[in-house]
Design a protein around this ligand. Structure first.
Ligand code: ADP
Ligand code: MG
Length: 371
């Protein structure tokens, strides 16, 4: 592991102000591809918003439209009350950080960080002072005269961050900034970026395809799919209350049972489900979400508050801290049940071939819309 990553960004205060971002009707097509389709999104002042979605869902296009590198076909982007859609990127005052750092490798750390200040016409002394301050913020004081090519991946990432924030932008945009780092360093940098955001308070928009990264870092997450926003919510709400099959599947491992809405409630085959969940009534399909960590093996006497499904254990996979049971329901579907091995007595784990009852607590029973 890289040792520099174990230090946290210092508590040196840099005060920045922030601005809300209002995106409306934003549309961008490339030939027949709809990269963004009528996107509406309000990002609060000082909020950490993550754009999450699979590859090709339009995340980069949306971020580039905020930065000004892409001119959308139509729609509006406001920073505060100001419409910026026609404004050149360098006049928008946003800080930016990308996956490939985009640092100048032959130049020193100092020269790289000074660049945005110089193009803003700041005088030499001010530049020196601000570069010194921001190097302290990212825990690399004393590295000013090194060349970029002499730094590790984590150090380069911090320099890229320093350069993005040195002019105290009110808005910080980051496109997969950590995806080139290995897992340990990536998780540390996630924490550091989050800490820094809490301290500096600028409005931050992060692009990632990594749902765990999104859950860890964000105040809210906008899930994108095919250039449209599928759902915007807090991390917790997205996880516990996804509205669609797509979001439920993207936010964790889930299996789904097709259910039927009737006047008296939702039914799985002949079984009426206990749930407070109400899905979009006009959807073509309704699905019950089954998350391995929400399912339990139920004894007959505990059934009152659970929706129960009978099945046979097909497989038990040992996965370290937990076990994953594959259960074939009597109705034919395969579902997965996760059991934490520290909490559960190993001797009570069912064995392959056992008849079991799988239970989902009524409060965790979610119906979502399918395709
Ligand atoms: P993401 O960042 O979520 O992976 P992008 O915003 O890069 O997605 O791309 C969204 C869609 O737009 C994709 O289908 C992509 O192929 C297409 N696209 C993006 N940029 C261009 C371009 N310059 N020319 C043609 N198609 C593009
Ligand atoms: Mg992208």
């Amino acid at each position: 592991m890289h040792t520099e990553a174990s230090k946290c960004v210092t508590s040196t205060k840099i005060h920045t102000s922030s601005l809300p971002i209002t995106i409306s009707g934003l549309t961008k097509t490339y030939g027949i591809v709809s990269a963004l389709s009528d996107v509406e999104l309000r990002i609060k002042s000082g909020e950490f918003m993550t754009l999450l979605g699979p590859s090709g869902s339009g995340k980069t296009t949306l971020l580039m439209a905020l930065a000004g590198f892409i001119r959308p076909d139509r729609g509006s982007v406001k920073f505060g009350d100001e419409e910026v859609i026609m404004k050149a990127p360098h006049l928008r005052g946003v800080g930016m950080m990308f996956q490939n750092y985009a640092l100048f490798p032959h130049m020193t750390v100092e020269a790289n960080i000074a660049y945005p200040l110089k193009i803003r016409g700041e005088d030499r002394n001010t530049v020196k002072e601000k570069v010194g301050q921001v190097l302290e913020t990212v825990q690399l004081a004393g590295y000013g005269s090194r060349r970029i090519s002499e730094l590790s991946g984590g150090q380069r990432q911090r320099i890229a961050l320093a350069r993005a924030i040195v002019f105290k932008p009110k808005i910080l945009l980051m496109d997969e900034p950590l995806s080139a780092l290995d897992k340990n360093l990536r998780e540390l940098m996630q924490l550091e970026l989050r800490t820094m955001h809490e301290r500096l308070g600028m409005t931050t928009v992060l692009v990632t395809h990594d749902q765990r990264e999104a859950l860890t870092m964000s105040d809210r997450i906008a899930v994108l799919r095919n250039g449209k926003i599928a759902q915007v919510d807090t991390s917790e709400a997205l996880y516990v209350a996804p509205q669609s099959e797509f979001v439920a599947a993207f936010m964790g491992e889930s299996s789904f049972l097709t259910v039927e809405p009737k006047e008296s409630g939702y039914f799985f085959r002949d079984q009426k489900l206990m749930t407070d969940s109400v899905a979009e009534p006009v959807a073509s399909r309704h699905l019950l979400v089954l998350r391995p960590e929400q399912l339990e093996f139920i004894q007959g006497t505990e059934r009152a508050h659970y929706n129960c499904f009978e099945g046979t254990v097909e497989r038990i996979l040992f996965q370290g801290e937990s076990c994953l049971g594959h259960v074939r329901l009597a109705s034919g579907e395969l579902v997965q049940v996760r059991r934490n091995l520290r909490e559960s007595n190993k001797s009570t784990l069912p064995k392959v071939g056992d008849q079991v009852i799988v239970g989902l607590h009524r409060n965790e029973t979610r119906i979502v819309t399918g395709e």
